[in-house]
Write a protein that binds this ligand. Structure first.
Ligand code: PAP
Length: 337
């Protein structure tokens, strides 16, 4: 698979050297960010990203779950995995009872850090369910060109930021550190696109553009719509994945069973019971992926000025694209009144 000629650096050594030569940002310590191909990325995922770009061979039958971090990935993985494998597992003794959704659907950017794990994905049978936090521009060429289906989940930027900040606090604690980045500092970095996986707006737009250019290739989901109508979302998901629910499944309530298995409360309770360290890098725990599981928590963290600033950036970045993320402050306030 890789260059092993005597005297020459292996591709792995080359990738490690390349990572350490990239521009570094330490404002989100202990997470180190490196600018790679124009995007700020978590250093931890960079060798995996480079390996994936170089070696990963996508197939037209693959289904790729893509998201900006903290946008609903865990939930989407649970729903897609349990829908795709529903004829193999009974709800009474389901893999999700002992595995975290992240262990059921591998993150390409992480797993490709080990060429051995990458070859296990290579050997997996169709259809493969794989996930990524990579922006569309950084995806391996084989994914871009092979025509495989992409499912993208996006979320209100203000809530994504809040979720990220809390998650960052868990990283800090789990690594035995004490310095948590002030929320205001992360807010500024978020506005300036200095975050793992780069700009939330560019990220969403990359997949949105692919959706508009290649009809039928991308299912675009919104976290808030999933909360409002989980069964409707699941029905669309199953149809898009090519395994729609049959009349009989609808009659006996299979979609409701899946929604309930993957509900925030159920997955969080299972994670508490599982109580294990998992990825990335064995730092996080099974519980780390569940906090509030709701829309609108930004109101408890952002000042009105901060919310307005983020809404302004969102409106400007998405102007004329047809894509919307979240709702403007005035609309939210009006609804709350
Ligand atoms: P990741 O990028 O690290 O995989 P991701 O799953 O995308 O994280 O996002 C985590 C958010 O999804 C958390 O949001 P919060 O911090 O605002 O609470 C988490 O609580 C939420 N989440 C996880 N599972 C579910 C679920 N089953 N239903 C609804 N929300 C969920």
């Amino acid at each position: 698979m890789e260059n092993t000629q005597e005297g020459l650096p292996t591709d792995q050594e080359f990738h490690h050297d390349l990572v350490s030569s990239l521009p570094l940002e330490e404002g989100m310590s202990p997470v180190r960010l490196r600018k790679y191909q124009g995007v700020w990325m978590s250093e931890y995922f960079l060798v995996g990203t480079m390996n994936a770009q170089r070696y990963f061979k996508s197939r037209p039958t693959d289904i790729l779950l893509a998201s900006y971090p903290k946008s609903g990935t865990t939930w989407l993985k649970a729903l897609a995995f349990s829908t795709m494998t529903r004829t193999r597992h009974s709800f009474g003794c389901h893999p999700l009872h002992h595995l975290n959704p992240h262990e059921c659907v591998p993150l390409l950017d992480e797993i490709a850090g080990s060429l051995e794990s990458l070859s296990e994905i290579d050997a997996a049978s169709d259809p493969r369910l794989i996930s990524t936090h990579l922006p569309f521009s950084l995806l391996p060429e084989s994914i871009k060109s092979c025509g495989c289906r992409l499912i993208y989940v996006c979320r209100e930027p203000k809530d994504t930021l809040v979720s990220r900040w809390h998650y960052h606090g868990k990283i800090v604690t789990n690594m035995g550190k004490s310095e948590v980045i002030p929320f205001e500092k992360m807010f500024d970095m978020f506005c300036d696109d200095i975050m793992p996986s780069g700009s939330i707006w560019e990220h969403a737009l990359g997949y949105w553009n692919e959706k508009t250019q290649t009809p039928g290739r991308v299912l675009f989901l919104k976290y808030e719509e999933m909360l409002e109508d989980p069964t409707g979302t699941l029905t669309r998901l199953a149809e898009f994945m090519g395994c729609p629910f049959t009349e009989e499944e609808l009659r006996v309530g299979v979609p409701a069973e899946i929604v309930s298995l993957c509900s925030f409360g159920n997955l969080r309770d299972l994670a508490v019971q599982q109580n294990r360290r998992i990825s990335p890098g064995g730092i996080m725990t099974t519980e780390s992926y569940y906090r509030k599981g709701a829309a609108g928590d930004w109101r408890n963290h952002l000042s009105p000025e901060m919310a307005e600033k983020l809404d302004r950036i969102t409106a400007k970045k998405l102007q004329g694209t047809g894509l919307t993320l979240g709702r403007p402050v005035s609309e939210t306030t009006a609804m709350d009144a």
